[in-house]
Design a protein around this ligand. Structure first.
Ligand code: ADA
Length: 606
């Protein structure tokens, strides 16, 4: 019976948007200045030049008329939001049906009781206003975009359905792999004839394993112990399989879902070298913010994918999703293209909050791990970034308390997912609490000339013999080239950019450099020359892939823009992109625009 199957229908199109902070639904409905929009949408989708007008952190309303042609009794109807920033309330036909605290992660709202045949009105209030009980903190160096910034779906689930599928690959070697999966079943009618049929399909869709499994207490434990000579998932050959799960009653299929599986194993040896499938791999990566010119965080799936393809094209094998979990399309692309992932809880700056903050933060970690669990690309759950930084809170911001809470999150991650490691960036006191320690060396930008890079590395190594180096780089403006060399640390005069050359950011930290592409080319060349030949590094993660907006930098050369990207905010590569490509792929380096002065000495240089 055709209409008895689960369905998932995208409902991004034809919404109305009301830019009004009212919390009252009646008040919102009375307004007549609703605008036609399609999702995803952000009210901060500003171009950087518009920012002088203000960075809006407040509430807004979204409305959609949804036509329902039939309702099957016993079925569950739910809305699945991939992410609404930062908090939301959802109403159907005037009745509050749910909401969510925290952006950047998905949630579902059961609307079965609220809908009826015919026209139904969905109303969503999204709010990105400052809330000290919700991460990320307002000290974070990126826009906290507001809106329904990701896709929305209407899901219909049959009376008995699979509510969750969690896949693990406990043992993998080149000769054999074992697959386990936990299938959660919603069986409200206590149908005792139900079984789970699980099939593992190869890349061509051919079934290579298939068995029936019992259900006990609404759970079925799937196990395929011998998958011989599995095609391993790696960064060069990201082989994927599909696990198809069917809920069956005799010959009848009641529900079915599937997810992809990648067979791979990895190790960080003693905080040190990283091994994927038994082979040492130097992690070569960059950082991705979810942002694009003209749309802010409300990027289309095609735009997400283009970012990931470019990151892969530059030769990276790793990406840190800074500083928050990202769109489902991003993980999908990383699985398919072979990019290892550092996924991050947005505990970014701001110290420790109150008990509500702690509970919210822990819930968010749980949501991140549970929702992204099946992606073979993910190897690290990061607990945060610069967590001791200009604390927002009067109480509880001392490091001892931070360490207690960090340990709690670390333990919780392992409880939820024993197969991955934890990380934190630039919180030295936490180096022994998490599994993977990650410092930052900003030679050539915030601290000394880029030529002092080796010295800084040596200092770190005295204390931390192996580390994953996250965040290094500097700003450059696409198309700006200057022939004037930087001499040591200091100010040069060029092209009317004097004011931008040496300035201070919000924390009064000097920035060295002239915002030119050639300066940054030389900086990265110098860094890569060293780090590519230093086998004690676990890896190197450049800051950042794309230029992005930030409320913290009104004084920048382009106000409110952080221009440390290898591509500009519209995704156009700068020269520096090709420096990485020349080290990390077989393509020799060429400047996009020629200039005469360079110190570049890289192995594949001009
Ligand atoms: C820090 C921070 C980043 C970014 C960076 C910069 O490393 O973690 O979010 O702001 O500084 O651009 O200076």
């Amino acid at each position: 019976e055709k209409n008895q199957e689960r369905s998932k229908v995208n409902i991004n199109d034809n919404w109305l948007y009301l830019e009004n902070d009212t919390k009252s639904i009646d008040d919102a409905l009375k307004q007549n200045d609703w605008e036609n929009i399609n999702l995803p949408h952000s009210w901060n989708a500003l171009d950087a030049t518009d920012l002088e007008a203000g960075y809006r952190r407040s509430g807004s309303w979204y409305k959609k008329e949804m036509d329902v042609s039939s309702i099957i009794s016993g079925f569950t109807y739910q809305l699945y939001f991939e992410g609404v920033n930062i908090t939301s309330e959802v109403y159907v036909n005037g009745k509050k049906v749910g909401g969510h605290v925290g952006g950047y992660i998905g949630f579902t709202i059961d609307i079965t009781e609220a809908i009826s045949i015919g026209s139904n009105i969905i109303l969503v209030r999204a709010d990105n206003g400052y809330d000290p009980e919700i991460i990320p903190s307002q000290k974070s160096d990126f826009f906290i975009f507001g809106g329904i910034t990701r896709d929305v779906w209407l899901e219909t689930l049959p009376d008995q359905y699979v509510s969750n599928l969690k896949i693990t690959t406990p043992k993998v070697s080149a000769s054999n792999a074992e697959l386990q999966a936990t299938v959660s079943v919603n069986n409200a009618d206590n149908n005792s004839n139900l079984k789970v049929k699980a099939s593992l399909l190869d890349a061509n869709g051919k079934s290579i394993k298939s068995s029936l499994f019992d259900i006990t207490d609404n759970t079925s434990e799937i196990n395929f112990k011998t998958i011989e000579n599995p095609k391993l998932w790696g960064t060069d050959n990201p082989n994927l399989y599909t696990l198809l799960v069917e809920l069956v009653e005799n010959e009848m299929v009641k529900d079915k879902i599937s997810d992809r599986v990648g067979f791979r194993w990895f190790e960080f040896k003693d905080h040190g070298a990283f091994y994927l499938n038994g082979k040492r791999l130097l992690l070569r990566g960059t950082h991705r913010h979810e942002e694009h010119a003209g749309v802010g965080a409300a990027m289309s799936n095609a735009q997400h994918r283009t970012d990931i393809e470019l990151i892969k094209d530059m030769g990276a094998n790793f990406v840190r999703l800074a500083h928050y979990p990202q769109d489902p399309e991003v993980y999908k692309a990383c699985d398919e293209l072979g990019l290892l992932v550092w996924d991050e809880l947005p505990w970014c700056r701001g110290g420790l909050g109150n008990d509500v903050w702690k509970a919210n933060t822990k819930t968010m970690l749980k949501e991140i791990i549970e929702q992204n669990f099946n992606h073979p690309s993910i190897i690290l759950w990061s607990m945060g970034n610069e967590i001791y930084w200009l604390p927002d809170f009067e109480d509880g911001d001392n490091r001892e308390n931070i360490n207690v809470y960090l340990k709690e999150l670390h333990d919780y991650s392992h409880e939820l997912d024993p197969s991955r490691k934890t990380a934190i960036r630039k919180y030295y006191e936490g180096a022994d609490i998490v599994d993977v320690f990650s410092p930052s060396i900003w030679s050539g930008w915030y601290s000394g000339s880029y030529k002092s890079y080796q010295k800084a590395i040596d200092q770190y190594k005295a204390e931390y013999p192996h580390f994953l180096h996250a965040e290094y780089g500097g700003s450059s403006h696409l198309g700006r080239h200057t022939e004037t060399p930087i001499t040591g640390e200091g100010k040069i005069q060029a092209d009317g950019w004097e004011e931008a050359i040496v300035q201070t950011d919000v924390a009064n930290i000097a920035q060295i450099g002239d915002w030119s592409e050639n300066y940054i080319v030389d900086l990265f060349d110098w860094h890569l020359r060293i780090s590519e030949n230093d086998t004690t590094f676990v890896g190197n993660i450049q800051w950042a892939f794309k230029d992005f907006g930030t409320p913290l930098r009104p004084e920048n050369a382009i106000p409110y823009m952080n221009q440390k990207g290898l591509v500009d905010r519209a995704g156009n590569p700068k020269d520096a992109f090709y420096v990485f490509k020349s080290y990390w792929s077989d393509e020799p380096f060429t400047y996009i625009e020629s200039h005469t002065w360079t110190e570049r000495q890289g192995p594949k240089g001009v």
